[in-house]
Design a protein. Structure first.
Length: 118
């Protein structure tokens, strides 16, 4: 292939990429992130660990009950956590957490957290 042909091929390739990029940029490919109940659960578990005497020993229930409002911005989560007390014994506590998704900040806000020993 001649050098002149290679140059034209390169110019056509660049033009194609520019045109393709312009089409993508002008199209409405907006993506609206939806709040995740899993993210709310992580927030709740972090706050529960902060209340425990031995947070590194925390073992959370693997099947929490999650109630979500239709719009997905309010959740109530119920589960349990096993953790050591100051004497080293493992104790199970039930917990309930209510959280609200703040669309302005894109973060979950903890509304209420109840931790009850069995």
């Amino acid at each position: 292939m001649k050098t002149k042909d290679m140059v034209w091929l390169g110019v056509l390739g660049v033009c194609f990429l520019v045109l393709f990029g312009a089409v993508l940029a002008s199209s409405d490919c907006s993506f609206e992130a939806r709040p995740s109940a899993g993210d709310a659960q992580e927030l709740c578990e972090e706050r529960i660990k902060a209340r425990l005497k031995a947070p590194s020993t925390a073992e959370f229930g693997t099947d929490p009950v999650i109630e979500t409002e239709e719009d997905g911005t309010n959740v109530t989560i119920e589960s349990w956590v096993d953790a050591q007390n100051p004497m080293g014994a493992m104790l199970r506590s039930d917990w309930t957490c209510e959280a609200t998704y703040d669309e302005a900040s894109g973060k979950w806000r903890l509304d209420e957290l109840n931790l009850r020993s069995r």
